[in-house]
Ligand binder design. Structure first.
Ligand SMILES: [Zn+2]
Ligand SMILES: [Zn+2]
Length: 126
């Protein structure tokens, strides 16, 4: 079985064993199999089961500009559950923009940024 990152579409190296917890370089923790079935981190499974608002959307799908059908659907589902992007959160916005600006400067983030986050980062670095 091949596992892909929902956030950037890259193949995830996984031996298929053990409890699965993986954070991709794009920042995503949400994965899918080759049929497009979501493989959700435990925190998201629990949030859904308990009817709680999940963590920020980018915690699950990362902050890259990559899109596909599965990612769009996952974002829709997270929004329905009440989740927002961390840069839409008054508490997190500054931190995430600052950290991302640093990552961009140091070339530590190897993906094109989500357009909304990119705009905020560009305003920060100029
Ligand atoms: Zn990824
Ligand atoms: Zn927040």
């Amino acid at each position: 079985m091949t596992i892909y990152c929902v956030g950037c579409g890259n193949v995830i190296p996984w031996d298929g064993k053990g409890l699965f917890a993986y954070t991709c370089r794009c920042g995503a923790t949400l994965l899918m199999d080759e049929k497009g079935n979501l493989i959700m981190p435990a925190s998201l499974v629990l949030a859904i089961a308990e009817g709680r608002t999940p963590a920020h959307i980018d915690y699950y799908v990362g902050k890259s500009s990559y899109t596909n059908k599965v990612k769009d659907k996952a974002i829709e589902m997270l929004k329905r559950l009440g989740a927002i992007w961390s840069w839409e959160c008054p508490e997190c916005r500054d931190k995430v923009v600052e950290r991302t600006a640093l990552e961009v400067k140091e070339r530590l983030y190897p993906f094109e940024l989500h357009p909304e986050l990119k705009k905020l980062v560009m305003e920060r670095v100029k």
